[in-house]
Design a protein around this ligand. Structure first.
Ligand code: PLP
Length: 435
């Protein structure tokens, strides 16, 4: 074992930290992940020792809460996205991140600057022929906000189709992006086909065609499953869920916003904790850490402290490359075990370099919910079935009427080869049976 691996957690050690692994075969990690004990302990410590508000109190415990909360933002930003804490807005989830951007794309900022309360320069100066680009593969959280935005602005949304096996090609973006493209939104990793897209290449193409087009990446299934460097990708916005790959608690997530965009980004929610002054006519937003302007009201302090701890857990204690490698390995094993079943339909990229920790499929004669519920009842294998909040993609794959969507197995580091083998056996049995 190399030096760098010597102190990393083994699969068995991580399973010890996740009691749920003793009760079932949990392969619904694309939906949400169980929280490991060290993350729970950090949250418990907050409740037991310094359960106070952040950014407000002038006593030692409140200062500790603020310090720990700030550190959580720093760790989350640096470890999961490789960005600075000043560029990381804390969110409830990925959905919240998309809606924060949508608001800011529709509204100019409003603030008192050098004594004058006025609208700032809009993030985008929309014109009537402008367009937003997104793709058929997107989760509803990375589609509905743009449809509404376009409707409100009276502009078009152009939709890019993937290949039939779920790959977004850079050339498809090359064809549609032009001077009137002001905003492009697409995913890092597909929750419905498992594709890890060539995001950097696609962004390069978009920026080459139009350097002014702002690019948002939905990284809901990215950070925590694989290393992410938002500067290297070249995106303007990158959102993620804290409760999936990073093994953080539900109700947490983040949004990276490029530093030069933040001063002009309208805040969606107004209220306490984000201002340096308020009169009966105006306000002045706090101006040191710009990402904190998006923390109106008391934030999910304990959850986000948990997220900061989880960022350390997946990055330092397990290792992101080790997670990525292991998920790929488990997926490969599952595919080798089921791909030759003659009545199975797989919905994954043919080229294995695009594949991460997700496998989606159907079996002739079964609806996906029948399959998922029998896997749970008979083998204690917990999967997800349905449209996975990607109804347009389900229509594109033509799986809604016959199967009601498809069934999904999503791995994390703590899943084992033995679990994969049990899943293979169960699927083989079901493929021979009739519902
Ligand atoms: C690709 C993708 N985008 C967005 C979301 C929405 O994430 P959240 O539930 O954290 O808002 C999900 C959730 O499954 C997802 O997989």
């Amino acid at each position: 074992m190399s030096n760098s691996n010597r102190n990393k957690l083994s699969v068995e050690e991580v399973r010890e930290h996740i009691p749920l692994t003793k009760k079932c075969i949990y392969v619904d990690n694309g939906s949400t992940t169980p929280v490991p004990i060290p993350v729970m302990e950090a949250m418990e410590k907050y409740f037991l020792e310094y359960c106070t508000n952040v950014g407000r109190g002038g006593y030692k415990l409140a200062e500790k809460a603020t310090r720990t909360f700030d550190l959580a933002r720093k760790n989350t930003a640096e470890l999961l996205l490789n960005c600075k804490m000043e560029e990381l807005i804390f969110t409830r989830n990925l959905t919240h991140a998309s809606n924060i951007i949508a608001y800011a794309l529709e509204h100019p900022s409003l603030d008192r600057v050098q004594g004058v309360f006025e609208y700032g320069k809009p993030l985008v100066e929309w014109e009537k022929d402008d367009k937003i680009i997104t793709t058929v593969m997107e989760h509803h959280a990375n589609l509905m906000p743009w449809i509404r935005l376009a409707k409100n602005l009276g502009i078009e949304v152009n939709i890019i189709e993937p290949t039939q096996d779920g790959i977004l090609l850079p050339e498809s973006f090359y064809e549609v992006v032009d001077d009137s493209t002001k905003f492009v939104a697409f995913q890092h990793v597909s929750n419905s086909m498992g594709t890890i897209h060539k995001v950097k290449e696609i962004i390069k193409v978009v920026k080459k065609k139009n350097p002014l087009a702002l690019v948002y990446i939905d990284g809901s299934q990215g950070p925590g499953h694989l290393p992410v460097d938002v500067y290297d990708l070249g995106c303007d916005f990158y959102g993620f869920s804290g409760h999936k790959g990073p093994l953080g608690p539900p109700g947490t997530g983040g949004l990276f916003v490029k530093k030069d965009l933040l001063p002009n980004m309208a805040v969606m929610e107004l209220g306490g904790g984000i201002v340096s002054d308020v009169t009966l006519n105006d306000w002045e937003l706090q101006s040191d850490v710009l990402s904190k302007r998006f923390d109106a009201g008391t934030p999910n302090i304990v959850g986000l402290i948990g997220l900061g701890r989880a960022a350390k857990y997946v990055t330092h204690e397990i290792g992101l490359k080790a997670i990525e490698k292991r998920e790929h390995l488990l997926t490969k094993r599952l595919l080798e075990g089921i791909q030759d079943i003659n009545n199975i339909h797989l919905y994954i990229p043919q080229d294995s370099s695009y594949i991460g920790g997700t496998v989606t499929f159907n079996i002739n004669g079964w609806t996906c919910t029948e399959l998922s519920s029998i896997l749970a009842k008979k083998w204690n294998i917990l999967t997800r079935a349905g449209h996975h909040c990607t109804i347009p993609l389900m229509r594109f794959l033509n799986v809604l009427d016959e199967y009601g969507g498809h069934i999904r197995v999503t791995f994390h580091y703590f899943n084992t080869e033995e679990e994969v083998d049990k899943i293979i056996e169960a699927i083989k049995t079901l493929a021979k049976a009739k519902p």
